[in-house]
Structures are given as structure tokens and as C-alpha cells.
Design a protein around this ligand. Structure first.
Ligand SMILES: Nc1ncnc2c1ncn2[C@@H]1O[C@H](COP(=O)(O)OP(=O)(O)OP(=O)(O)O)[C@@H](O)[C@H]1O
Ligand SMILES: [Mg+2]
Length: 248
């Protein structure tokens, strides 16, 4: 019996030591676009909230000097609606990217979203190298779509899977459909199945330190975020959000 107890104790010690030296695997999704104001921070914050709702210890690394995601996190700390401890948000300069990622991993996070700056050519190499997947948001206008080419080339150069997400699409026009058709026909990267439309809830949520899933869980904006997250979850073999679509 003593022998059994000491063997079990040794096994437990070995398992504990292994878990300390092998931190949890962490998937990294970078939200990149060379164009400004296309929804990088909106996607980052909402997807990180969606991931937390799916059960992940999510984190956001804010690589943009504007520090919009950090500002969102500061608002979040003051919000009474924000109940979840995730995502943790930290800002970092490009030269410290690798160390910041190690720190976030060692703190037990399992999903990291990197919010990037527009025209982030200097940091793009390091961010793309670190990422498992690149999401490229774009508005559906012709000039916006033209600008995704550069980000796609960066992802392609480093051999990273990537996809385009149509964001801020007008609800009363066929512009998004036309854009989706054009992107599907002329670009080699897939287009996310879910399109995010122009919805006031997105602006309200970001100004309140929340995701639309927290601020207006029954809204169409929330449905779109669930749809986008679940699409991403299928691509990256992540847990889906269990709640079903609510809005008509
Ligand atoms: N789908 C949407 N519906 C309504 N407003 C949106 C939507 N997406 C983004 N916005 C608004 O557009 C503005 C720009 O969005 P956001 O800050 O996410 O873009 P960005 O790409 O991160 O910008 P930057 O390049 O300056 O970092 C914000 O005011 C945001 O609230
Ligand atoms: Mg931003």
C-alpha cells in the first residue's frame, strides 16, 4: 500500500512538473489591415469576448500606438455589465512582441487576438510570423477592397492562412453582396461566411468597454459576431459558442 501511495505521489509530481514546463498551447489570431478605420479593433474586442463566452481564457495584445483596445479595456474595468474576467488586454511595442506573447502564454491564456495598427508594415513581419491565422477586415467599398491586397501579400509571403471579413456593410444595399462576389472571384484567400453590417451596437459597445454579445445579446450585431466566431472556430478547431442565433 505504501508502495502504491509513493508511486502515485511520484506520478503526480511528474505530471505537475510537466504542466509547469509545458504551458498550455495558445492559438494566435492577428487582425490586420493596412487601411485605417476598417474594424480591426471592433473585430478584436468582439471576437475576444466571443471566445471568452465559448470558455477560453482569451487575451488581446494591442500593437497599435493609438492603444484603442487598451482604452476599451480601461472602460471595461469601470463597466458594471462586464462580468467575465477575460479578455486580458495589454499594449506592447513591436520590438517586445515575442516576449509579450510568451508572458501571455505563461499566464495560462489559450487564445490570443492581436490588434494591429494601420500601415503596420514594420511590425507586420513579426506579427504574421507569430500568428496562426490572419483576419483581414475590410469595408465593402472599391478602394477598401483594393487595399486588402497588400495585407494578403504579407500573409501569403509568410505562408499563413488568412481570410477576409467584410465589415460595416450597409444594410439597405447590395454593395456587400457585390463585394463578396468580387473578392470570391479575384482573391485566393477565403471570405468569412459571416458579414458584419453597419450597426449602432458596434459603436455603442466599443464606447462602453463591452462586446455586442454583452451589451445587446439579442441584437443582429450579436448574431453576426456569433456567426463570425463560430466560422473561425470551425477553421481553427476551436470550441463554438453554444448559444443559438436569436435575432430574426
Ligand atoms: N460594423 C460596424 N458598424 C458600425 N460601426 C462600426 C462597425 N465597425 C466599426 N465601426 C466603427 O468604425 C470606427 C472604426 O472602427 P475600428 O476602430 O474598429 O477600426 P480600426 O480598423 O481598428 O481603426 P484604426 O485603423 O484607426 O485602428 C469605430 O468608431 C467603430 O465603432
Ligand atoms: Mg484600431
Amino acid at each position: 500500500m505504501d508502495w502504491l501511495a509513493s508511486s502515485l505521489f511520484r506520478l503526480f509530481q511528474q505530471a505537475y512538473a510537466a504542466s509547469m514546463s509545458n504551458p498550455v498551447p495558445m492559438k494566435i489570431i492577428a487582425i490586420m489591415a493596412q487601411k485605417g478605420g476598417v474594424g480591426k479593433t471592433t473585430l478584436t474586442t468582439n471576437l475576444a469576448i466571443a471566445a471568452a463566452k465559448a470558455g477560453y481564457k482569451s487575451a488581446i495584445l494591442d500593437m497599435d500606438d493609438q492603444r484603442s483596445a487598451e482604452y476599451w479595456a480601461a472602460l471595461r474595468k469601470r463597466s458594471e455589465t462586464a462580468k467575465m474576467p477575460w479578455p486580458n488586454v495589454q499594449g506592447e511595442v513591436p520590438s517586445m512582441l515575442d516576449r509579450a506573447i510568451s508572458d501571455i502564454r505563461n499566464r495560462g491564456h489559450d487564445l490570443l487576438f492581436i490588434d494591429t495598427a494601420p500601415n503596420a508594415a514594420r511590425a507586420a513581419k513579426a506579427i504574421t510570423t507569430a500568428a496562426d491565422f490572419i483576419l483581414i477586415p475590410t469595408k465593402p467599398g472599391a478602394l477598401d477592397i483594393r487595399a486588402i491586397e497588400e495585407t494578403m501579400e504579407i500573409a501569403d509571403f509568410y505562408g499563413k492562412p488568412a481570410a477576409v471579413v467584410l465589415n460595416d456593410a450597409p444594410t439597405k444595399s447590395s454593395l456587400a453582396e457585390q463585394a463578396a462576389h468580387y473578392i470570391a472571384g479575384s482573391h485566393k484567400y477565403p471570405l468569412a461566411e459571416e458579414i458584419l453590417c453597419n450597426r449602432v451596437a458596434f459603436s455603442k459597445a466599443i464606447g462602453s468597454g463591452l462586446g455586442v454579445l454583452e451589451l445587446e445579446p439579442s441584437s443582429k450585431a450579436a448574431d453576426e459576431v456569433r456567426g463570425l466566431y463560430d466560422w473561425l472556430a470551425r477553421k481553427l478547431d476551436l470550441k463554438p459558442i453554444k448559444t443559438s442565433r436569436k435575432a430574426a
